[in-house]
Design a protein around this ligand. Structure first.
Ligand SMILES: C[S@@+](CC[C@H](N)C(=O)[O-])C[C@H]1O[C@@H](n2cnc3c(N)ncnc32)[C@H](O)[C@@H]1O
Length: 294
């Protein structure tokens, strides 16, 4: 499996484009992270946070936008040297201190503890797009907690495994057999597998590779089950858990290109306002919002 840091070193130079409001209609890819950031800012505003730590902050576009919108104190870290280099430039360009962003690997417990001791605790800790790349969910939540004040707000993004129940493709097959049917005898799974091969588009989606061998599907980029991840968060003493969904799919992705792209994108954007249970199935990603114990 390829190295996560090498993947993000390669995508760092164009990363800011997803947060450019002028490109919402022009980008080929739906700018899901733009809408995620708007939701994060809204949550932080509602919660009255005055300081925010961003774990896996990339090239700092989101945390800079948060400070500009809310005037909060910020600190951040990331594992990719190129993200951190560009992030420092980015902070400087926005009249902010480049030292606010440091190079830290969240998997390195000693380094994370040292960083937390250095920067202290914050009203909110966010980690957007990072847990997919880290094996140990329990440590990930613990690491976030180290930076969070008692009664502070945790915002933890994850790739939503439940979305596979709406994609009718290879991911649906894998999810049904490996997760939903986990306790069912292998004999039954074999029958279901053969049946699903007839019903589902098991040749889709295409694997996202890159010429340098560090494509998104060539690194660890796992999905999380929203119920199981919520249990991990609760086990660390968090209360008041809720989900916020984003990256809505008005149809399952493989038939989307049969619809006018502008109409499709408008429907995606309109759905971003939906806060109901539907997001658990229509969205490829979500966030858990929770309050740390006092
Ligand atoms: C999808 S990007 C998101 C960046 C930023 N949070 C945003 O919302 O734009 C994921 C980021 O997590 C960082 N990352 C991945 N694994 C990490 C780790 N073990 N420790 C720290 N950062 C990590 C990557 O380098 C990358 O910048």
């Amino acid at each position: 499996m390829s190295d996560v840091s090498a993947h993000y070193d390669g995508s760092a130079p164009s990363y800011h484009e997803q947060y450019d409001s002028d490109l919402i209609w022009k980008n080929d890819e739906y700018p899901a992270n733009y809408f995620r950031l708007q939701k994060v800012i809204e949550i932080l505003r509602e919660r009255g946070a005055s300081s925010v730590y961003d774990l896996g902050a990339g090239e700092a576009s989101p945390v800079i936008a948060i400070r500009e919108a809310l005037g909060v104190e910020i600190r951040a870290s990331d594992v990719s040297p190129e993200m951190v280099r560009l992030g420092k430039d980015n902070l400087t360009k926005h009249d902010m201190d480049p030292e606010w962003l440091t190079l830290v690997d969240i998997r390195d417990m000693e380094a994370i503890k040292a960083e937390a001791a250095e920067v202290g605790q914050f009203d909110a800790v966010i980690a957007l797009g990072v847990i997919p790349h880290v094996e140990d969910d329990a440590w990930f939540v613990e690491a976030m907690s180290l930076f969070l004040k008692p009664s502070g707000t945790l915002i933890l993004q994850f790739r939503n495994s439940m979305f596979s129940m709406f994609t009718f493709n290879r991911l649906t097959k894998e999810y049904i057999l490996e997760e939903l049917m986990a306790p069912v005898p292998q004999k039954f799974k074999d029958v279901v597998a053969a049946d699903l091969d007839q019903r589902l588009a098991v040749d889709k989606p295409p694997v996202r590779r890159r010429e340098d061998g560090h494509g998104y599907d060539e690194i660890l980029s796992k999905f999380n089950n929203p119920f199981e991840l919520a249990e991990v968060v609760k086990a660390r003493g968090y209360t008041d858990l809720s989900y916020r969904w984003y990256n809505f799919h008005p149809t399952y992705p493989m038939i989307a290109n049969g619809i006018d792209p502008q109409e499709y994108r408008q429907a995606q954007i309109d759905l971003e306002a939906d806060t109901s249970w539907r997001g658990m199935f229509l969205c490829s990603a979500g966030m858990i919002i929770a309050t740390k114990a006092p």
